[in-house]
Every structure is written in C-alpha cells, then in structure tokens.
Design a protein. Sequence first.
Length: 112
Amino acid sequence: MMVFSIIEKEGDLITAFESNFHLTRLVKTTSATHISMVSLEPGTKIGFHKAVVPQVLLVIDGEGFVRTDTQDNQPIKKGQAVSWDKDEGHETITETGLAAIVIEAEELNLHY
C-alpha cells in the first residue's frame, strides 16, 4: 500500500489553446480499466478484501483510514490517493464520510 498526494504536484503547465493550467498525470493503463465512484457515509467502510487487480483510490472529499493485512490504519484525506497491488488485502473506513474515485486495471502505471 502506498499513500500519496494528488494535489500537491504541479504537473505540466498547459498553455495550448490559450490555456493556463497544470496537468498532473496520475495513472496510465494498457488494459481494460474500470473507473468507479464510491461514497461512504459517516461510520461506514469498504470491508477487508483482496484486490482482484491493481487499484487506486483517489479521495475527492472527506477523510478516513486505510489498512492492509501488514500495515495498520493510515489516515487518508481529500487530495490524497492510495494504491494497492493485485491480491493485496485492504480496507477503507471513515468516521466522518468519504467520497473517492476508484481506478482498477490489470496494468496500472502510476505517475507519482
């Protein structure tokens, strides 16, 4: 399990087409990819299970904790992400609520 920031990186400055923004690439895939939205109400969790494929959870609102079978609870909050390898057991819990985007694919190449 690796927890990392998704908002502190500035990424590439894009100025084409009179634009002015930073683009931070997060994930590159070469296989079928599932992108989902998860919403956890206060006091709920995504129960402990093994990742079927590599996955990334991008927290877009709220906060909680993530753990694996070898790592105790680590805090995670809006603007952070966590990645898990295939077959890695993990759980996400929140006391205050959490919204996240989950990306799952056989081949995930993270850009962090």
